[in-house]
Design a protein around this ligand. Structure first.
Ligand SMILES: [Mg+2]
Length: 126
């Protein structure tokens, strides 16, 4: 994407945000929203191990969705475009369950990501 297009998108984005036409949420706000939803639906009583098992299940569903979206039997990045919605759904499930698990463990996901990225930027992989 060209710099001009990216700049135009940023201006449009800020204009929409300024006029309250879009609501930008932080990861902490999304985590809180998921915690509230879990509480409303009674999912907050699930144990850490139950939530971890559910996360594993959702990762399996994501894996299955990606495997079924390939246009060939060979493992490439050639994804069938009509199957992308299934992958998006499963990625959403994974994030939701992971953020729910973080809440259960009293972990601020946004802070943990920012802290870890600071470490990763200094790290050198060999
Ligand atoms: Mg799922």
């Amino acid at each position: 994407m060209s710099v001009r297009v990216e700049f135009a998108k940023q201006i449009l984005y800020r204009e929409l945000e300024f006029n309250n036409l879009i609501l930008v949420k932080t990861l902490s706000q999304i985590q809180k929203e998921i915690a509230d939803f879990a509480s409303e639906r009674g999912f907050d009583s699930e144990t850490t191990h139950e939530k971890l098992a559910l996360l594993t299940e959702e990762l399996g569903e994501l894996s299955k969705s990606i495997r079924r979206s390939h246009t060939t039997q060979v493992a490439t990045d050639d994804i069938n475009k009509s199957k992308i919605h299934s992958i998006e759904d499963e990625i959403g499930d994974c994030f939701i369950v992971l953020l729910d698990l973080a809440t259960k463990l009293n972990v601020d996901a946004e802070k943990s990501i920012n802290d870890k990225m600071k470490k990763n930027r200094k790290r050198i992989w060999e």
